[in-house]
Design a protein around this ligand. Sequence first.
Ligand code: NAD
Length: 504
Amino acid sequence: MTLHIAPVAPKTESARAFLATGPKRLLIDGEWILPASGRHFASIDPATGATLAMIGEGDAADVDAAVASARRAFTSDAWRGMTPTNRGRLLGKIADLIEAHADELSEIETLDQGKSLKTARFGEIPGAIAQFRYYAGFANKILGETIPTSIGYQPPGKKIFAYTTREPVGVVAAITPWNSPLLMASMKLAPALAAGCTVILKPAEDTSLTALRLGELMIEAGLPKGVVNIVTGYGRTVGAALAAHDGVDKIGFTGSTATGKALLGAAQGNLKRLTLELGGKSPAIVLADADLKLAVPGVARGIFANGGQVCVAGSRVYAHRSIYDALVEGLASEATKLKLGHGLAPDTDLGPLVSRRQADRVASYVEGGRADGAEIVAGGRQDGEFGTFFEPTIVTNTRPDMALMREEIFGPVVAVTPFDETDEVLALANDSRYGLAASLWTESLSSAHRMAAEIRAGTVWINCHSYFSPELPKGGHKESGWGYENGAQGLENYLETKTVCAVI
Ligand code: NAD
């Protein structure tokens, strides 16, 4: 291990002040309280191993209190009685406050997760702001319908009048992963609040800090007490208690497919509504006529951004044999250009992965592939004093049955495979239990759209990868999930329909 990382302090006074405020608390019923267990665990800067803050270790007792608070808030005058326009205005205020604190939140996110400051400041924190702005506009546009019916048996002289209303689904448990913490939390909070729901947010145990700071900003924005509660802690305790709780009406979950499947069982007691945004093993297909000046950096960004810790990361690249060598060479050159370092250092492209555990996991896939005959063309090494860094890695000579081709690695590792025919590459691309996303790189509009129709994935990008916007629905086919976030569909996750049919 050769990389030695010196600690880098955040520049913003407010980030330093937030980290210095002592052990973090849980947000329940508008109050910051100590966890019932009395215990805390450390949140670690994965680049330096330094303890950033102590996080409250919530448990089932805290979940009970948070659910009770969310239930009270759901029917409170302060929330239920708030006009839709004022609900939208409140979401707008939250967006404004995140924007005003964007430097601070980016620094906290970088320290806690490891990502580069560029990723946080120019990608994820603006993405979180955009979520609140987008759904703010929906709050006063949630409409039912009046419906002419064909019922013929009403009493003489009477008529049928039927309509639907849309109602918030109720108390929502939002359970989020560690790769893009504030953005993932915002993708649940913004539509849930626009719909009029109340929320218990459970951030990932490795990265709770920006959720807690967002809690403070939401209170500053004027969110009534109990509308958002934040219970930090472990998945096996806080997450499992939320999933099984009869007072929770809906789970909005983003995380691994394995945990998503576990939630199905846990949620069955009261038939909670479930939205599952799960893992992926997304293909990037580069056709013979692709513009390599666009494709090489685009495919490289599609896998290496955020150290590959992106659900839609293009971890399987299929390149037409005629451009295969040029693409591998181009990707290797992009990989070696990326500078590893502390996320807060200005010249860092790639920070550490979120934890030693995650870096070990990535290393085990690369070692397994190597043992099975795969060739490492670039990178391949775990690094750093704490073993949390992993070099951007390009693997060739793989077989479709290798674990590194079938399982989600969630690190900066890409396998590049040659192909000859369109049917062949479509079969390879679809040969996965996942179906989250894919990208196609070609100058032929006709090939691009014909192939897009054949790919089993929730998103297909053409000549780009990992392009997100709140307007664009995002979700998984196959084992990549249930339901869609973003867009009008994202709001639907938090609404029920009621039909009213009257004889008048
Ligand atoms: P994870 O499934 O381990 O954890 C996600 C969250 O679930 C955490 O908050 C965790 O504490 C909680 N949890 C764990 N066990 C639980 C249980 N038994 N009951 C309830 N909650 C539990 O996932 P992760 O490792 O934090 O995140 C990485 C995964 O997230 C990857 O698979 C990635 O693809 C996926 N992800 C998907 C999307 C998407 O939009 N599809 C986006 C980002 C990340």
